[in-house]
Design a protein around this ligand. Structure first.
Ligand code: PLP
Length: 386
C-alpha cells in the first residue's frame, strides 16, 4: 500500500486497496466452475468501501455484471458512467422501473405486482425490460414461493411474447451456504432446479441462471450455474469462520481502518474510564484516546473487548465506545498523541482484522466494514488512471 504522507492531520481514515479487490475478483473468477461469469455485488456503498471505485476496479478485473440491492444504487452506477450489465433486486411498489429500463438495468421480479409494474413501465418507455425472476427456494425472504411460481412464469412468458419484457435471468439466494453441509443447501438446490424446469416448460429460456453468494462461490461448485454473485469475498472477508479464512481462498482484505491518537496521558489507579465507568484503572497507567466511535461504525457492542493495535501491541477498548471516541489502557507502555492506532486491516502488520472485531462485537465481518460511517474518508490506492 502506498504511504500517503498526511496532507492534513488525520483523525481517522479507511484505506481501500483496489489492487487487492481486483486480485480477489480474479481469484473468485478462477474458482467459478464451468465458465460461470462473475457478478460483483457492490450494494451498500460497496459494503462500505465505496460504490463507484469498487465497481470500476471490479470491472477492470473482469466482472461481467454488477449487482446492487436498490434501484438508486444501480442508477448511481450509470450516472458514474458504467455501461455494463447491472442487476438490482430490491424493489418496492412504485419504484423507478421506467428509469431503470431506460438505463438498461436488469431488474428482479418475484411477485405479480412487480411484473405488472415493470410491464407497464416498459410499455411507457417503449422498450423491453430485462427481467430476472427470483424463486424462493427456502430462504423465506424475497423470492416467489413454489406455489406461486407457475403463475409468475406463465405471466412473464406472456409479457415476453407481447414484447414488453425479456426474461434474461432466473435466480435464487441461499439461507445457510456459510454453514457447509447444512441440510437446507441441497434442498434449496433441488427446489431451484425444479423452478428452472417449470420455467423451461413455460417456454422461458433465460440468458443466466444464478444462485451462488460468496460462501457458495467458495465451497459449492454445483451451485455456480452461469453466474456467481459474491459480495463480501470481493472485499477480502470470509463469509463465516466455518467457511474458512480469507487466506484459505487466496483473498486479501481490502479495507484498513486507522486512527491517530488524540490524547495520551498518565492517570492514577482507581480512575474510571468512559461513560458508566465500566473500566477502572487497576493502577497508575497511561491511557490513550482513539478518536473513533460508533458514529464512525465502531460497534458499541465492542465496549470492553474490541481490539486495536497501538504502540506495537493489541490493546482492548477500555470501557464504553462513545459516539466519537474510545480509550485504551497502554499499561506500562508509552505512546504520543498523533501516533497511529490500527483498528483493522489485512492483519499482516500485526493489526486485528474485521473478523476479530466481528467476534468481539458478536456480529459478522460484513457489518463491521459496511457500517464504517460517512464521516470516515476513504483513501483509494491502486485507482486506474482512466
Ligand atoms: C448481498 C447479496 C449477495 C452477496 O452476498 P455475500 O454473502 O456478501 O457474497 C448475493 N445475492 C444477494 C441477493 C444478496 O442480497
Amino acid at each position: 500500500m502506498n504511504d500517503h504522507p498526511p496532507a492534513e492531520s488525520w483523525r481517522l481514515r479507511a484505506d481501500i486497496d483496489l489492487d487487492a479487490l481486483r486480485a480477489n475478483v480474479r481469484a473468485l473468477t478462477e474458482r467459478a466452475t464451468g465458465g460461470a461469469a462473475l457478478m460483483a455485488v457492490v450494494k451498500a456503498d460497496g459494503y462500505g468501501h465505496g460504490l463507484v471505485p469498487c465497481a470500476r476496479a471490479a470491472r477492470e478485473a473482469g466482472a461481467a455484471w454488477l449487482g446492487t440491492a436498490t434501484p438508486d444504487e444501480a442508477l448511481a452506477l450509470r450516472a458514474a458512467g458504467d455501461t455494463g450489465r447491472v442487476l438490482c433486486w430490491l424493489w418496492t411498489p412504485g419504484g423507478p422501473w421506467r428509469r431503470a429500463i431506460e438505463a438498461d438495468i436488469d431488474v428482479s421480479v418475484a411477485a405479480s405486482w412487480a411484473l405488472a409494474e415493470v410491464t407497464a413501465a416498459a410499455r411507457a418507455a417503449g422498450r423491453r425490460a430485462r427481467v430476472h425472476l427470483k424463486a424462493d427456494t427456502g430462504l423465506g425472504r424475497n423470492g416467489c414461493q413454489p406455489a406461486d411460481w407457475p403463475d409468475l412464469v406463465a405471466a412473464a412468458r406472456a409479457a415476453e411474447a407481447a414484447g414488453a419484457i425479456r426474461v434474461t435471468g432466473m435466480w435464487s439466494h441461499f439461507a445457510c451456504a456459510d454453514e457447509p453441509g447444512h441440510p437446507s443447501i441441497a434442498l434449496q438446490q433441488r427446489a431451484f432446479d425444479e423452478a428452472l424446469a417449470t420455467a423451461a416448460r413455460a417456454g422461458l429460456d433465460p440468458e443466466v441462471r444464478h444462485f451462488a453468494n460468496s460462501p457458495a462461490t467458495l465451497t459449492l461448485p454445483a451451485a455456480h450455474y452461469d453466474l456467481v454473485r459474491p459480495g463480501v469475498a470481493l472485499y477480502g472477508l470470509s463469509p463465516s469462520p466455518e467457511t474458512g479464512t480469507p487466506a484459505d481462498f487466496g483473498l486479501r482484505p481490502v479495507m484498513t481502518l486507522r486512527a491517530w491518537l488524540a490524547s495520551v496521558k498518565r492517570v492514577p489507579g482507581g480512575h474510571g474510564v468512559s461513560y458508566g465507568h465500566h473500566y477502572v484503572t487497576p493502577g497508575e497507567t497511561t491511557l490513550a484516546l482513539v478518536p473513533a466511535g460508533y458514529a464512525d461504525g465502531v460497534p458499541r457492542h465492542a465496549s470492553g473487548c474490541g481490539p486495536v493495535l497501538v504502540a506495537g501491541k493489541w490493546r482492548t477498548v477500555a470501557g464504553r465506545v462513545a459516539m466519537d471516541q474510545f480509550v485504551v489502557d497502554l499499561g506500562g507502555d508509552s505512546a504520543a498523541a498523533g501516533d497511529e492506532a490500527v483498528l483493522f486491516g489485512p492483519g499482516d502488520r500485526g493489526e486485528p482484522t474485521a473478523e476479530d472485531w466481528a467476534r468481539a462485537a458478536g456480529t459478522i465481518g460484513y457489518e463491521i466494514v459496511t457500517r464504517v460511517g460517512h464521516r470516515v474518508p476513504r483513501i483509494y490506492h491502486g485507482e486506474s488512471a482512466s
